[in-house]
Design a protein around this ligand. Structure first.
Ligand code: SAM
Length: 276
């Protein structure tokens, strides 16, 4: 079910019940980023993961920095002015519309997340520049038809003009049984030539033991975490042209300063591709 943020926070439907007794990916990520939108269960599992990967907070920030670099580059180098950010997360510093509209105030952004707590905080994502526009959809990546057909998306984005599909740190939360590739392909198919996809994905390729232990810990907390190999991540880009430098460790994707000494210190693959 989809819902735009116009009626919220406060009004909730059946799909928007927040269970704070069970750890949730968006709130754990918020905890690692130093945010305030997390509860005891999130902090407990977040700390357990931190015991297994002591650099988890830095890794979360490296993923956010990639978001900033990718969005700036998409606006400045690729001429993108429209973004569809699926798996938005709880608003934090440097949200997609803030970065994009700093580069060009006319940028338009549609945010999508399926977590009711993100919906409850979605107002912070709607502070668009007057020249641009933002919208928030409470919707699920596994229902691409509902996202693409949503009136708020159609009012905000022109699907005849290039769009950047942002899939950062979200596909790892979708089990293979839920066919993430099919849903991503459906979203990509709806976008015109010249559109881009930016993607980051947790991997066990750099430290299988530590990431394996995190998968087990999160599984015990009833969470799904699916690290994917470089080849599996590459498959999401199928048919689109990877921009330089291709699929690389997230810290190595156009770093702002000096190249990182150990780019594999953050366990994410990242890449951006363009539709031919
Ligand atoms: C780790 S956060 C990533 C946030 C942001 N994209 C970033 O990279 O900083 C993952 C977000 O994806 C959302 N998410 C997970 N599964 C989803 C699904 N099936 N549909 C939509 N959003 C989903 C979670 O609720 C969470 O807010």
């Amino acid at each position: 079910m989809t819902q735009d943020a116009g009626a919220l926070p406060g009004d909730r439907d059946e799909s928007a019940v927040i269970d704070t007794t069970v750890a949730h990916s968006a709130r754990m990520y918020d905890y690692w980023l130093g945010g305030m939108t997390n509860f005891a269960a999130d902090r407990r599992l977040g700390a357990a993961v931190e015991d297994l990967i002591p650099t988890i907070r830095t890794m979360a920030w490296e993923n956010r920095r990639f978001l900033g670099r990718a969005v700036r580059r998409l606006v400045r180098q690729e001429g993108i002015r429209q973004f569809l950010d699926v798996g938005t997360g709880i608003p934090t510093r440097g949200n997609t519309h803030e970065v994009a509209q700093q580069a060009d105030p006319s940028c338009r952004v549609v945010y999508v997340d399926n977590d009711p707590i993100v919906l409850a905080h979605a107002r912070a994502l709607l502070d668009s520049t007057p020249a641009g526009r933002t919208a928030y959809l409470h919707a699920d990546l596994r229902e691409p038809g509902a996202i693409l057909g949503h009136p708020a998306l159609r009012e905000t984005l022109d699907l005849d003009r290039p769009v950047a599909l942002m899939l950062l740190g979200v596909l790892m939360l979708v089990a293979d049984a839920d066919r993430p590739r099919d849903h991503v392909q459906e979203l990509m198919a709806a976008l015109p030539s010249g559109s881009c996809v930016a993607l980051s994905h947790v991997t066990a390729d750099f430290d299988p033991a530590a990431v394996g232990a995190v998968v087990d810990a999160e599984g015990e907390g009833r969470m799904v975490l699916v690290p994917r190999t470089r080849a599996e991540v590459a498959a999401f880009f199928d048919g689109w042209e990877l921009l330089e430098p291709g699929i690389v460790p997230v810290m190595a994707w156009h770093p702002d300063g000096e190249p990182p000494a150990d780019p594999q210190a953050a366990y994410y693959w990242a890449g951006v591709a363009r539709k031919p």
